[in-house]
Design a protein around this ligand. Structure first.
Ligand code: NOJ
Length: 566
């Protein structure tokens, strides 16, 4: 695999000067059916040989992504950051982390990708910033009562000495949500709110500077040709300014820091900005929300275009569960006429091959533990079936880097190399998210498996298992039965078949623990989640299957795509 690095000059030659920076206007509804590949940039490909992925590495592999058949790339945060939370602690929204490259390279990458028909979506992190961001540093320096502190949630502590936290909100990352500051004279000072780590102070979205700044940041990146933004922690921005305790059973809209009604004004303003640009710039929300109606509120026609559907990913490998998830998600989206998204994993959750190989194949952050018995062969079979199942469902599709290679979760990273605050803030009980963030294997038989350029002596920032030799892109391209070959075939069919992507489905009556549905135009998808082989409906051609049929029957933990008479 060629990991040669393109220089900016090469790239500029490759993409003529006349290449527009504007995503094509040809298909204003591209996002309703898009296949979006998530790049966790630290771990995708290392172009400069320092053991960390970077923009040069991505540029060197754009042809791979085009051949895979993706429509867009979503980059997890690529900005300058102390990386206290993998880049979700942004210290400058208008630049690129020096370890990843620079702004000029990002602009070239956006152009090069577009020239291959691939749009770029970037991550926007509006709920919090890095404690190293100039605003927060200025707020610390300016002291209590200053206008600089108004952009955050600084409060005196409770109790006689002010040494009790202002409230007892719970962190998504466990641990406290308030940290006490120290005054310039060394005495204990005010506290500040952080729903995640102390290095990620929450912004005060009632402050006009905060709103203006983010609107300008959106324009900054839209001007550079990005086709959309993924909005981090999108439901958390607005807080009840009185900062009350969370009621035991909050009614919709009553929670003091989640899904407050006023948050929708933010996204209406953002949508107006997106709509003022050519070429359908999209807003994609990270909205963890069990209440389907409240979730759909984010997708009203003047708000976000789509939001991640995490429900499907959280369900166990069980036909009734998955069918209920599909039905409830499609029903939730219908009233606002938004397409659902289908997401099997991302940089936060246990890889599908591992998850589906466990007795409890559901996913929840609260139950992640070390040393859970896992049957990786079973997990891989199911992950293949799940890949075809999700790619056939109506809506857009997200693919997290490395899932197309069937990478398992890496669960034996030495503890002193773990980086994720979720691990540390759980007191070491939660393994954290490093295991799904290990650098990709591209080629060769020993680490770094082509992740870094030939001859580089740096080791990947997280160690790759030696067993990944058989999971490299290079070896999987040679194997027609590999996970990569399956994904390439599936995405190619999905791109060309008029029934796939946006639309609707009709369930077909099937045996217990089997999911079968018709997408119209002679396309049927059948997934067997039962323990025995099952008969397929009448078909004229087997388009693709996640495992070979046995005497015409679909084996357990398998999916088949069929052409039928219509
Ligand atoms: C969601 C992101 O996906 C996750 O990686 C991050 O830690 C939190 N938001 C906080 O920004």
């Amino acid at each position: 695999m060629d990991t040669a690095v393109l220089t900016d000059n090469d790239a500029q030659r490759a993409v003529s000067d006349t290449t527009p920076v504007v995503p094509s206007t040809a298909d204003p509804l591209w996002w309703r059916s898009a296949i979006i590949y998530q790049i966790y940039i630290r771990s995708f490909a290392d172009g400069n040989g320092d053991g960390t992925g970077d923009l040069a590495g991505v540029r060197a592999h754009l042809a791979y992504l085009a051949d895979l058949g993706v429509d867009a790339l979503w980059f997890t945060p690529w900005y300058p950051s102390p990386l206290a939370d993998g880049g979700y602690d942004v210290s400058d929204y208008r630049a690129i982390h020096p370890a990843f490259g620079d702004l000029g390279q990002a602009e070239v990458l956006i152009r090069e990708a577009l020239a291959l028909g691939i749009r770029t979506i970037i991550d926007i992190v509006p709920n919090h910033i890095s404690d190293q961001h100039e605003w927060f540093q200025a707020a610390l320096a300016a002291g209590p009562g200053s206008p600089e502190r108004e952009r955050f949630w600084f409060r005196p502590g409770l109790g006689d000495n002010g040494d009790e936290m202002p409230n007892h909100w719970v962190s998504n990352f466990q641990g406290d949500t308030w940290t006490r500051t120290t005054n310039p004279d060394g005495t204990p000072g005010e506290w500040y709110l952080h729903l995640f780590t102390p290095e990620q102070p929450d912004l005060n979205w009632n402050h006009p500077d905060v709103r203006r700044e983010h609107e300008e940041v959106l324009r900054f990146w839209f001007d550079r040709g990005v086709a959309g933004v993924r909005i981090d922690s999108a439901a958390l921005l607005i807080k009840d300014p009185t900062l009350p305790e969370v009621p035991e059973n909050p009614l919709p809209g009553e929670h003091p820091n989640t899904d407050r009604d006023e948050v929708h004004d933010v996204y209406r303003a953002w949508r107006a900005i997106a709509d003022s640009y050519q070429g359908a710039r999209v807003l994609v929300g990270e909205v963890w929300m069990p209440d389907a109606a409240r979730f759909a509120n984010y997708l009203r026609p003047d708000e976000m275009h789509t939001a991640f559907n995490f429900d499907f990913m959280a369900r166990p490998w069980n036909a009734a569960e998955l069918r209920e998830s599909v039905d409830s998600m499609l029903a939730a989206h219908a009233p606002v006429d938004a397409p659902s998204t289908w997401v099997l994993s991302n940089h936060d959750v246990t890889r599908p091959v591992t998850r589906y190989g466990r007795e409890d194949s559901s996913f929840a952050f609260a139950t992640k533990r070390f040393n859970v018995p896992t049957d990786l062969e079973l997990g891989e079979r199911r992950a293949r079936a799940a890949a075809l199942l999700t790619a056939a469902l109506p809506g857009s599709l997200y693919l997290y880097q490395g899932d197309e290679l069937g990478l398992p979760e890496v669960e034996d990273i030495p503890r002193d190399l773990l980086q994720d605050p979720m691990h540390f803030r759980s007191g070491g009980v939660d393994p954290g998210r490093d295991g799904c963030r290990v650098p990709l294997p591209w080629s060769g038989s020993t680490t770094p498996f082509g992740f870094s350029p030939a001859g580089s002596t740096a080791t990947p920032w997280l160690p790759q298992p030696a067993s990944w030799a058989h999971l490299t892109v290079e070896s999987q391209l040679l194997d027609p039965h590999s996970m990569l070959s399956l994904y390439r075939a599936a995405l190619s069919i999905r791109r060309s078949h008029p029934a796939l992507g946006d639309g609707s489905l009709t369930w077909i009556e099937s045996e217990p623990n089997v999911l079968a549905f018709d997408r119209g135009m002679g396309f049927v998808c059948v997934t067997n989640l039962s323990d025995s082989a099952v008969a397929l409906p009448t078909f004229t051609k087997l388009l693709l299957a996640s495992s070979p049929l046995a005497d015409g029957l679909l084996l357990p933990d398998s999916t088949a795509w069929l052409r039928t008479q219509h």
